[in-house]
Design a protein around this ligand. Structure first.
Ligand SMILES: C[C@](O)(CO)[C@H](O)COP(=O)(O)OP(=O)(O)OC[C@H]1O[C@@H](n2ccc(N)nc2=O)[C@H](O)[C@@H]1O
Ligand SMILES: Nc1ncnc2c1ncn2[C@@H]1O[C@H](COP(=O)(O)OP(=O)(O)OP(=O)(O)O)[C@@H](O)[C@H]1O
Length: 277
């Protein structure tokens, strides 16, 4: 049995620059990854099988649409693998939440299959499969801090945040990525600043999808209002197309105190206290 973590993706900054003719948007983003996320496990089997467990198992939708199943089928076709696999997904990240759950799962599936079948993690064919599965999948496959441009799939590694404490909070309102991009106002507000370290660049940046997400899910503004007020928070912002928001704390005790306040004020919201590599 092989197991891979599918870490939550966080967009420290997300600048939308232009609508493209192919229905996507050109963007600039600073990708970082939490230590925690979903889990994908894989074993050889006589027929292909897929099982979903964990707290969000009930909301991932039909198996045939699951990015894990699609990633496994694409891998077997691309590499001519006859061997079937039984794959288990333990779903801990909320679905359609801006932290790349499905994308992280697809990338973890590709990583697990690559390990099982002796394919190098940076094999160009693996990266091509990732690109075909979704804009965030190449970043999740890389799995380390990176600057993303184009659709978010042209990647340059950058320095990470060195296990900085983070609190992720989601009001459990699913948000469609396509709908949020459609609500972008079309105004290019400029590039992510180049100067300084990754944290400084993140702080100097924005999430241009935040206004559209706040219109669709007003709870996003509520989450951010609580996170911004927490002592020690150096940055509070929405990730991706929402509705998950994050707050970064140099001190783990401040993160844990913030988590306790969120739990007391909004017991129905999802929380994850982790660190960002
Ligand atoms: C917003 C981000 O989460 C930032 O990391 C990603 O760009 C979204 O990545 P993703 O969920 O893997 O996106 P995909 O599944 O490829 O695309 C979902 C939909 O989002 C919109 N989309 C996505 C990425 C992008 N650069 N421009 C877009 O306009 C498109 O309407 C697309 O049909
Ligand atoms: N393994 C998976 N986990 C979660 N959702 C999945 C998965 N496979 C397919 N989906 C579908 O993909 C859609 C988007 O879910 P996902 O959690 O990947 O979005 P997200 O967190 O907003 O991602 P991103 O930050 O990349 O936009 C959901 O509506 C869901 O039905």
């Amino acid at each position: 049995m092989l197991t891979e973590t599918a870490p939550a993706k966080i967009n420290l900054a997300l600048h939308v620059r232009a609508r493209r003719p192919d229905g996507y948007h050109d963007l600039e983003t600073l990708f970082v990854f939490a230590r925690d996320g979903d889990r994908v496990s894989l074993a050889d089997a006589d027929t292909s099988a897929f099982t979903v467990g964990g707290p969000f198992a009930g909301v991932v939708g039909p198996d045939a649409d699951n990015l894990v199943v699609r990633a496994a089928a694409a891998f077997r076709a691309a590499f001519g693998i006859a061997q079937h696999h039984a794959i288990t997904l333990d779903k801990y990240l909320p679905v359609a939440s801006g932290i790349g759950g499905g994308s992280a799962d697809a990338a973890a599936t590709l990583r697990a299959l690559a390990r099982r079948h002796d394919v190098a993690a940076d094999d160009a064919r693996l990266v091509a499969l990732a690109v075909g599965l979704g804009a965030d999948v190449p970043a999740c496959l890389l799995g380390r801090a990176a600057f993303g441009s184009g659709r978010g799939d042209a990647l340059t590694p950058i320095a990470g945040l060195g296990d900085m404490p983070v609190l992720l909070v989601n009001p459990l309102v699913p948000v469609s990525t396509a709908a949020i991009f459609a609500g972008w106002d079309g105004v290019d507000r400029g590039a992510i600043p180049n100067g300084g370290d990754t944290l400084a660049r993140g702080i100097a940046g924005r999430n241009d999808l935040q206004p559209a997400a706040e219109r669709v899910a007003p709870q996003v503004a509520q989450v951010l209002a609580i996170l911004r007020e927490r002592p020690g928070a150096v940055l509070a912002r929405m990730s991706g197309s929402g509705a998950t928001c994050f707050a970064l704390f140099p001190d783990a005790a401040d993160r844990d105190a913030a988590a306790a306040v969120v739990a007391a004020e909004q017991p129905g919201w999802w929380r994850l206290a982790s660190v960002v590599a």
